[in-house]
Design a protein around this ligand. Structure first.
Ligand code: ZN
Length: 99
């Protein structure tokens, strides 16, 4: 029986299976990209597909920077947060999330 790899959500700090989380990476060192395929290179982190977790995860751009060992501007981080919030709100109609 293979162990299931769990990843930590940087919002709620809970551990979940990779496929239930949203991955994003510090792409080319200057901006953030949502990694829908799980194959983008770069230092990545995971967050639940929930507004609460995304809001918490991106509350401080300094925290995101320290997690990804980068130094992105607040504008870049906040724009990405809005982008993620927008994408989960579109999905909420199908009742996703683990809450
Ligand atoms: Zn979470």
């Amino acid at each position: 029986m293979a162990a299931i790899a769990l990843r930590t959500c940087i919002g709620c700090r809970g551990k979940f299976q990779k496929k239930t989380l949203l991955r994003f990476v510090n792409h080319v060192g200057s901006h953030l990209s949502a990694d829908e395929t799980g194959k983008l290179p770069g230092r990545g982190a995971y967050v639940c597909e929930s507004k609460d977790c995304i809001t918490e995860a991106f509350k401080s751009h300094k925290r995101v920077n320290s997690l990804l060992r980068t130094n992105l501007s607040k504008e870049v981080v906040m724009r990405f947060k809005q982008c993620l919030l927008h994408s989960v709100s579109q999905d909420s109609a199908r009742g996703g999330g683990h809450k």
